[in-house]
Design a protein around this ligand. Structure first.
Ligand SMILES: Nc1ncnc2c1ncn2[C@@H]1O[C@H](COP(=O)(O)OP(=O)(O)OP(=O)(O)O)[C@@H](O)[C@H]1O
Length: 558
C-alpha cells in the first residue's frame, strides 16, 4: 500500500482512483438508495426554501423604501416562516444525511474487515500490519469525516448556488453573466494547490501508518525492548516518526487553510465590483430598489457556497489517496478457495502430496517434486533442518498457499476442488506459537468449536493436560489471558492450543512443534495422552524432539 521514505515532497502524485474503483465505492452507496433519495428530496426542499428568502427580503425592502412599514405584515410573516422552515429543513437534512453517511461508513468498515479476512495469508504477509491498521482506523475515520462532514454538504451548496445564479440572471442578466467570468480564476487557483495537497496528504497518511506500525511492533516486543535496554533508542525512533507525521500535517494544514479564505477573498472582490456596476444600473433606472436588494441577497447567498465548495474540493484531493487504497484492497481477489463451494465429504484422513513444487512469492523454491503418502489413521513424524519446509507442508495442506505445480489430495479429493472452509474444518493444527486471543481461557479453548458445551471444554482441557494449571489460575477458566496470552508460560499456551485443537475433533491432526515448550515430564504425558486420544486419526507430527517422534508409526525426513 505505502512505501517507506524519508521526508521530502518531490514524490510522484498518487494515481487517481480508476473508474472501476469509483464504481466499487459507489456500490457501497447502492443499498442505501432510499435514504439517499430522501436526503436528495429534503435537500431540494431546503434549497428551495433558502432561495425564497432573498426574493421575500427584496420585496420587503422595496416596499419599505417606497411606502414605509405599512402593509408589510404579510411579507414579514412569510419571511419569518421562511426563516423557520429554512432552519428546520437545514437541521433535518443534516440529521438524515449524517445518519445515512454514518451507515454507509459502518457498512464500509464491516465490508473492509470481511474482505481483509478473506484475503490470502500471502497478502497479509506482504503488507505491513501497521498499514492495514491505519487503513481500518485513521483512514476510514478520514473518509467518515469526509462523507459526514464535507461531501454531504455539497448538494445543498450546489443547489443553492445554482438557484441563486439563475434568479440573479432573471433579475439582471447582464450583471449575472459576470459571475461565470470568475470560474477560470477559481480553476487556476484550485489546480495550483490541488496537486500539492494530494501529494502532502499521501505523505501524511504514509507517515501516520509508519507511526502506527512502529507502535504496534514495539508494544508487541516490549520485553525485548526492556531486556536489551533499548527504551531511549526506541523512544527516539518513535519520536522521529511522529515528527515526520507532524511536519506533513502542518504543511497540509497550511495549504488547506488558505483555500477557503482565498476563494472568499476573490468572491468578496467580485461582489465589490458587482456593487459598483449595480450602482450604475440603478442610476440608469434599469434596476428597481426591490430588484437591487434581491440581487444583492442572492449574490451574498452565492459567495458562501463558493468558499465552501473550494474547501470541499480540497478535501476531495486529500481523500483521493484513501479512496484509491481502499478500493485497491477491496479489488484484491479473496483466497481462490473461497470461490469453490463443492462440499468436502467427511474424511477418513488419507493425505497424498504428488510432485509438489512450491516457492513463496519472490523466494527460491522450498519444495521441489515433493511426494508424500500418508495412510488414513497413520501417525507420521516429519523431520528436517530449520527452513527445510516442514511448516510449509502444513500451509499447503490447509491451502493457505497454493502449490505452483503438482497436487495434494485428501481421501483422493484434490484440495483445490473443494470448499476451503470445509477442508480446514477437517484439519486440526496445533502450531508452535499458540495464537491466543484476548479473552478468557474458556473462550480461547472454545475457539476450536463454535457452540461447544462447558463439559466438552473441560474435557478438552483435561485431555490436553491443561486442567491443573488452569484451575490454579486466579479465576480458573474465567481468567482473562491478555493479548497473545502474555500472562501464560509458553508451555501453558501450547496446552491451551492443544485443548482447542482436540475440541475441534477433526480427522486429521497436525502437531507442528506442538511440544517445543513442554518440560520433559509434560512431553511424556503428552505422548501418552495423544497415543490414547488420537487413535484412529491421521496425525502429522513435525518435531525435532525424540520423545514426540516416538508417537509416530513412521518417520520421514525432508
Ligand atoms: N510466509 C513466508 N513467506 C516467505 N517465505 C517464507 C514464509 N514462510 C516460510 N518461508 C521460508 O520458507 C522456507 C521454509 O520455511 P518453513 O517454515 O516451512 O521451514 P521449517 O522446516 O518449518 O523450519 P523450522 O524447523 O525452523 O520450523 C524458509 O526458508 C523460510 O524462510
Amino acid at each position: 500500500m505505502y512505501a517507506d521514505h524519508p521526508v521530502h515532497d518531490d514524490l510522484p502524485e498518487p494515481p487517481p482512483p480508476t473508474p472501476d474503483q469509483m464504481r466499487m465505492i459507489a456500490s457501497l452507496a447502492r443499498p442505501h438508495a432510499r435514504s439517499l433519495a430522501l436526503v436528495a428530496g429534503l435537500t431540494l426542499a431546503s434549497s428551495a426554501t433558502t432561495l425564497t428568502i432573498p426574493w421575500l427580503a427584496g420585496n420587503l425592502a422595496g416596499k419599505l423604501i417606497e411606502a414605509g412599514p405599512l402593509g408589510t405584515t404579510r411579507l414579514v410573516v412569510l419571511l419569518v416562516l421562511a426563516f423557520i422552515a429554512s432552519a428546520a429543513l437545514a437541521a433535518v437534512v443534516q440529521i438524515v444525511s449524517g445518519n445515512t453517511a454514518a451507515r454507509i461508513l459502518a457498512d464500509l468498515r464491516a465490508k473492509l474487515y470481511d474482505h481483509l479476512q478473506s484475503l490470502p495469508v500471502g497478502w497479509h504477509v506482504a503488507h505491513r500490519q501497521g498499514d492495514v491498521l491505519a487503513l481500518m482506523t485513521t483512514e476510514v475515520a478520514h473518509l467518515g469525516h469526509f462523507l459526514t462532514g464535507t461531501l454531504i454538504g455539497v448538494p445543498p451548496l450546489l443547489l443553492t448556488a445554482a438557484g441563486a445564479a439563475l434568479l440573479m440572471l432573471r433579475i439582471d442578466a447582464s450583471l449575472a453573466l459576470l459571475v461565470p467570468l470568475l470560474i477560470p480564476i477559481y480553476v487556476i487557483l484550485l489546480k495550483l494547490v490541488g496537486r500539492r495537497m494530494r501529494v502532502l496528504a499521501e505523505r501524511e497518511q504514509n507517515a501516520e501508518a509508519q507511526v502506527l506500525a512502529l507502535a504496534e511492533d514495539n508494544l508487541g516486543a516490549i520485553s525485548a525492548i526492556k531486556g536489551f535496554a533499548r527504551e531511549d533508542l526506541e523512544s527516539t525512533r518513535y519520536r522521529s516518526r511522529v515528527e515526520i507525521a507532524r511536519l506533513y500535517a502542518v504543511r497540509l494544514i497550511r495549504i488547506q487553510s488558505i483555500v477557503e479564505p482565498v476563494s472568499a477573498l476573490v468572491a468578496s472582490l467580485a461582489s465589490l465590483g458587482l456593487l459598483m456596476m449595480i450602482g450604475d444600473h440603478l442610476h440608469q433606472g434599469r434596476l428597481s430598489g426591490q430588484e437591487l436588494f434581491s440581487f444583492l441577497f442572492y449574490a451574498a447567498l452565492l459567495t458562501r457556497p463558493v468558499g465552501e465548495l473550494a474547501e470541499t474540493w480540497g478535501q476531495v484531493q486529500v481523500t483521493r489517496g484513501t479512496l484509491a487504497r481502499m478500493a485497491s484492497v477491496l479489488a484484491t481477489a479473496p483466497e481462490p478457495g473461497y470461490a469453490v463451494s463443492n462440499p468436502m465429504p467427511l474424511l477418513r484422513g488419507a493425505i497424498h502430496f504428488e510432485k509438489v513444487d512450491f516457492a513463496y512469492p519472490g523466494r527460491s523454491r522450498v519444495l521441489r517434486g515433493f511426494d508424500l503418502d500418508i495412510a488414513a489413521g497413520e501417525k507420521i513424524a516429519i523431520l528436517g533442518d530449520n527452513g527445510a519446509g516442514k511448516t510449509t507442508i502444513v500451509a499447503l495442506l490447509l491451502r493457505l498457499y497454493d502449490c505452483q505445480s503438482g497436487r495434494i489430495t485428501l481421501d483422493g479429493n484434490d484440495i483445490t476442488q473443494v470448499s476451503v472452509q470445509d477442508l480446514r474444518a477437517q484439519i486440526s493444527v496445533v502450531p508452535q506459537r499458540a495464537q491466543l486471543l484476548s479473552g478468557t481461557v474458556r473462550e480461547n479453548i472454545a475457539f476450536g468449536r463454535h457452540g461447544a458445551s462447558r463439559a466438552e471444554i473441560d474435557e478438552a482441557a483435561r485431555r490436553a493436560d491443561a486442567w491443573d494449571f488452569v484451575t490454579a489460575l486466579p479465576q480458573g477458566f474465567d481468567t482473562q489471558i491478555g493479548d497473545r496470552g502474555v500472562r501464560l508460560s509458553g508451555g501453558q499456551g501450547q496446552r491451551i492450543a492443544l485443548a482447542r485443537a482436540l475440541l475441534k475433533d477433526a480427522p486429521i491432526v497436525v502437531l507442528d512443534e506442538a511440544t517445543s515448550m513442554y518440560d520433559p515430564h509434560g512431553e511424556e504425558r503428552f505422548v501418552e495422552t495423544c497415543t490414547r486420544i488420537l487413535q484412529g486419526k491421521t496425525v502429522v507430527i513435525i518435531t525435532h524432539r525424540p520423545a514426540s517422534v516416538a508417537l509416530a508409526d513412521r518417520v520421514v525426513r525432508i
